[in-house]
Ligand binder design. Structure first.
Ligand SMILES: NC(=O)C1=CN([C@@H]2O[C@H](COP(=O)(O)OP(=O)(O)OC[C@H]3O[C@@H](n4cnc5c(N)ncnc54)[C@H](O)[C@@H]3O)[C@@H](O)[C@H]2O)[C@@H](O)CC1
Ligand SMILES: [K+]
Length: 514
């Protein structure tokens, strides 16, 4: 698997463990890193008139000296612009000594149209905002619109948070080593990386496994083995039952989008739970989806006991009023009580809290967090976008020292829930610290009702027995993949059907792997 994302301490540890295991040493890894970058440049820019390699004082710069040496050996006209000499005896100093090109000071960096820039100023060791000559170099390359190939990370992008420190290069290609870093996927860093190439420099999977990494890129490898394949003797309730709460007569569409998405994701049965005054309008619009009147907690409990849905969606279209939050709390409590009482066993094991449920619970977040900690409480998935996250977790949202990844993790621990912190770089985080960053989304998904569909997919996959974190990650990926492939013109109604070809591919991949 190569879906792990490494922070810089983990990358250094991987480096250390690889060197300790032998036979590679530090300069050996650096040579492989530089070779990978040089190969990419020779492949992509065979007609480049000139290559300017910008080398920093650390190991990122060391990789740059290797690149410059190989390019020069290959007959490419190459200049090195260095910001300070490498520390004596360091791997970077060895790499610089092996390179026949005499470096010029970065302060004089000038380039001509048609040339290529290799950014080997700072990588994993970036520790403060880019300033002085480095910032000027960014401005020069940007003004001339020169193609930039970044070594490991575009200088100025934090590998941990994806933040831009001061200024950053906007690369056409970024070549990184062993595994991607969170900053390659989190915004705004992702936007600076261009195409990301992952190069093998001899840090084996066994070494990565020793790191016990807890952050992943959300790709099918992460959850495919848990992806549901219906049993030969499946009947509809064996394929999972989802209940979706509907809003009032003028706000029923959101629940229907969720319900349709749950059904398309493979749940065998889906029921819309409707207030009495919305029964007529829901009935007019539902065919395969079942409908049940549930205006009170008692009626909901009757449904839970009689039909035993595995997952519920609560929030889309319900309205942001405090009474919605109160109902959510009562529901969580009722499910916790029900799960303890074998006689009623009215338990749904998962609730997806979305949209208005999140906003209404922001009036009493502590009550939610306490309810989620009750023994036997159902597992919760909370799916806030930026605004909703800020309402439910204002202090975490306002903490400028935390990345989006760290914020999602902190929220998951506090709420004892899987948090889907939505956006173009959606982060999924579980209370046990596991987290994934999604990277296959597209702007087409920013359309009304898209989030309601996502909630339905999550519930649909959880109802079919996928584990909580993996099921949620799979839903986020599926939703993004369906929307990205559909492209221009996408509206939320299209998404459930757009899931079908993606599901087919996953199903085929899953069964082929069995
Ligand atoms: N497994 C690994 O860890 C490997 C790492 N390699 C390379 O090593 C890099 C990391 O090397 P380092 O840890 O030496 O870190 P860097 O080379 O990224 O930077 C470290 C140096 O830059 C200074 N610095 C940081 N930000 C600055 C700023 N904004 N302005 C001025 N000075 C600044 C630091 O004080 C330090 O001297 C990776 O990005 C990668 O390119 C590769 O050689 C291959 C193997
Ligand atoms: K760099």
């Amino acid at each position: 698997m190569s879906n792990e994302l490494l922070i810089s301490a983990e990358m250094s540890e991987a480096d250390r463990l690889t060197i300790a295991a032998g036979p590679a040493d530090g300069i050996g890894l650096m040579r492989r890193a530089g070779e990978a970058v040089a190969a990419e440049i020779l492949k992509r820019y065979p007609a480049a008139a000139h290559v300017h390699v910008l080398c920093g004082p650390g190991n990122n710069g060391g990789d740059g000296y290797v690149v410059a040496r190989i390019l020069a050996d290959s007959g490419v006209s190459t200049t090195i612009w260095a910001s300070g000499a490498p520390r004596p005896e360091s791997d970077a100093a060895f790499a610089a000594a092996e390179c026949p090109i005499k470096p010029r000071p970065l302060s004089g960096f000038a380039a001509e149209p048609g040339s290529i820039v290799v950014d080997a100023l700072y990588g994993a060791g970036l520790s403060k905002p880019l300033s002085g000559d480095a910032a000027k170099a960014v401005d020069t390359a940007t003004a001339l619109r020169l193609p930039v190939v970044a070594v490991d990370l575009p200088s100025g992008v934090s590998g941990t948070s994806g933040d831009i420190l001061g200024r950053a290069f906007r690369a056409e290609v970024t070549v990184t080593f062993a595994r991607k870093k969170p900053g390659h996927l989190l915004l705004p860093g992702r936007g600076q990386c261009g195409e990301i190439v992952l190069a093998d420099i001899g840090i084996g999977d066994g070494i990565i496994a020793q790191l016990a990494v807890s952050t992943f890129e959300n790709v099918p490898d992460l959850w495919l083995r848990e992806f549901p394949v219906p049993a030969v003797d499946a009947h509809k309730y064996k394929r999972g039952h989802v209940g979706v709460f509907s809003g009032g007569p003028s706000a029923t569409g959101a629940a229907r989008l969720s319900a349709m998405a749950a059904a398309r994701s493979g749940a065998g049965a889906v029921t819309v739970l409707s207030p009495p005054n919305a029964m007529q309008v829901n009935a007019t619009h539902l065919t395969a989806i079942m409908l049940r009147e549930a205006g009170s907690l008692e009626e909901v409990q009757e449904f839970l006991t009689a039909r035993r849905p595995e997952a519920l969606v609560f929030g889309p279209g319900l309205g942001p009023e405090p009474k919605v939050g109160n109902f959510a709390l009562q529901l969580i409590k009722a499910l916790a009580d029900g799960a303890r009482d074998e006689a009623t066993a009215s338990h749904a094991s998962a609730i997806v809290l979305d949209a208005d449920a999140i906003t209404s619970l922001a009036h009493q977040p502590q009550a939610l967090f306490e309810a989620a900690r009750e023994p036997s409480a159902p597992v919760l998935v909370i799916t806030p976008h930026e605004g909703e996250f800020g309402r439910l977790f204002p202090d975490i949202a306002g903490d400028k020292t935390l990345s989006k990844l760290a914020k999602a993790r902190a929220a998951a621990v506090r709420a004892n829930a899987v948090i889907v912190y939505k956006g173009a770089d959606t982060v999924i985080a579980a209370p046990d610290g596991k987290a994934a960053i999604n990277s296959n989304g597209a702007a087409w998904l920013a359309t009304a009702g898209s989030g309601d569909v996502l909630s339905g997919i999550i519930a649909g996959l959880l109802a079919q027995g996928m584990p909580l974190f993996e099921g949620t990650c799979a839903a986020v990926w599926l939703h993004a993949e369906a929307g990205s492939r559909f492209g221009p013109g996408l509206i939320a109604e299209d998404l459930p059907l757009a899931l079908v070809p993606v599901l087919r591919e996953l199903f085929d991949a899953r069964t082929a792997a069995q």
